[in-house]
Design a protein around this ligand. Structure first.
Ligand SMILES: [Fe+2]
Length: 479
């Protein structure tokens, strides 16, 4: 056997080792991205979920599912709506996006799914379907994730151990530019690892419904907004290729003054548009119900004009008409942060009054690579409600200093949580002068961490847990 053949055989064996070590993963090498679970563009009250995977094979896969939590398992059903979409790219060989539905007969049931290729089962997992209004649920949340760091892997491992019903990422999903290769190198290998270990990550995405918000690294780090440059970053905006979320937000998400949101190399732009279809740009603003909660996911990037009345009306209508006990907002850039890196990016303060008037309980963000918890607060921007040249928005605060999350648990105002310690380098230094930090109750930046919440009827237990599994904050919130 030639030296080349021996090297090749060794490489194949190393590549297959994790797959061979677990049940049913007989040949995961056919996947460019192994299967994972999405809400899909499904109506609010449905027991349907979407399974997504990516491969350079253009056919041959079949998706099956069955209910898994009864003593006598139901027969396997074949997913009839499997769709295959070519994903042209500039920097890697074209690949295909596979997407198919699975369904349970009732909310909150375990559904087993499997993917076959050439009559062999390649992949088999169990996921719990979306919870109903009557069911309690848990969610885990951390932003600023896909850096390939030890903290990212530790967080993923700890989250997977807690088996949340829902996992949320408030932006900056794959560093450094949110490109296809960033997802393939620094995100999926750890968030959808076959092996669960503190130094490897875990199979979190294949076993947990995941929802995401778009951050500034997800738009190729285009901070001074001139549109994502497809000449410099031809496979940018992986957000729209890899996620499948409700398309129930406004059809236009940018203001009338700035409609150019992609530019540069024409072929790369065409590749992108063909790959993502109607998901771009709509999928950056959407909402969904989960359990007794309503989640509003909004795009807080610099090109968004949240003084635009049409967009404000959409936010207000979405929140007012939501019939849920708890209302949460998920966005990347926080309106209230005391970190030195991003504190001037205060544009999300423009929506504070709508959040207050529509009964939002908690706004979750990332962007600042720390954990921060505000006092419950109300904020009134000074007129006119617009961003100043340096990005700050001044206004009047009313802080609920009685709330302590233990003895006094009913907040008078909105809680703002920054959970941005998901994996990227922590912000080690720099807290603003005291006059700028009055709204902040807690600031932790020593270790990577994530938020874990148990949501019951009128009661939430919110914990912050570090990448070694230690609890670093805990509050209870009641109605
Ligand atoms: Fe960010």
């Amino acid at each position: 056997m030639s030296r080349f053949c021996i090297c090749l055989l060794a490489a194949v064996l190393i590549a297959l080792a994790p797959a061979l070590s677990t049940r049913a993963q007989t040949n995961t090498s056919l996947f460019l991205v192994k299967p994972y679970v999405q809400l899909g563009n499904n109506p609010a009250h449905t027991n349907k979920l979407e399974i997504l995977w990516f491969s350079q094979k253009k056919s041959g896969f079949k998706l099956f599912f069955r209910e898994a939590d009864s003593t006598a398992k139901s027969p396997w059903k074949r997913s009839e709506d499997l769709s295959i979409t070519l994903q042209p790219t500039s920097q890697i060989k074209p690949y295909y996006r596979y997407s198919g539905s699975i369904e349970s007969s009732a909310p909150g049931r375990e559904v087993e799914y499997r993917i076959d290729f050439a009559k062999k089962t390649l992949f088999q997992k169990v996921v719990t379907s979306r919870k109903s209004k009557e069911q309690s649920y848990t969610f885990a949340l951390a932003g600023d994730v896909g850096a390939g760091s030890f903290g990212q892997k530790g967080n993923t491992f700890q989250i997977h151990k807690l088996k949340p019903d829902l996992y949320l990422i408030p932006g900056d999903i794959a560093y450094n530019r949110g490109k296809v290769e960033d997802y393939l190198l620094r995100f999926f290998p750890f968030l959808n690892s076959e092996i669960a270990a503190a130094n490897r990550g875990a199979p979190l995405l294949s076993e947990t419904i995941t929802a995401t918000a778009i951050g500034n690294h997800d738009i190729a780090l285009t901070n001074q907004w001139t549109g994502v440059d497809f000449t410099s970053y031809p496979d940018a905006l992986g957000y729209y290729r890899f996620w499948s979320q409700p398309l129930n937000g406004p059809k236009r998400r940018v203001n009338e003054r700035n409609t150019t949101i992609i530019r540069g190399d024409a072929r790369a732009q065409l590749n992108f548009v063909k790959a993502v279809g109607e998901r771009f740009p709509r999928m950056a603003n959407y909402s969904f119900d989960f359990g007794n909660s309503h989640w509003l996911v909004i795009d807080a990037n610099p090109y968004m004009d949240w003084t635009d009345q049409k967009m404000r009306d959409w936010v207000e209508k979405d929140l007012r008409t939501a019939k849920a006990a708890w209302k949460f907002v998920l966005c990347h850039q926080p309106g209230f942060s005391i970190d030195n890196n991003h504190w001037v990016e205060q544009r999300m303060r423009l929506l504070s009054q709508i959040f207050e008037q529509c009964g939002v309980d908690i706004v979750f963000s990332g962007h600042a690579h720390t954990y921060q918890r505000s006092y419950p607060l109300k904020f009134t921007p000074k007129e006119p409600a617009n961003t100043s040249a340096d990005g700050t928005i001044s206004g009047d605060f009313i802080l609920d200093r009685d709330f302590d999350g233990a003895r006094v648990t009913r907040p008078r105002g909105v809680l703002y949580i920054v959970s941005g310690a998901g994996g990227a380098s922590l912000y080690r230094k720099g807290i603003l002068p005291a006059s700028e930090t009055l709204f902040n109750f807690k600031f932790l930046n020593q270790k990577h961490s994530f938020t874990f919440c148990k949501v019951e009827d009128d009661n939430i237990e919110l914990r912050q847990i570090d990448c070694d599994g230690e609890e670093i904050d805990r509050i209870r919130i009641t109605k």
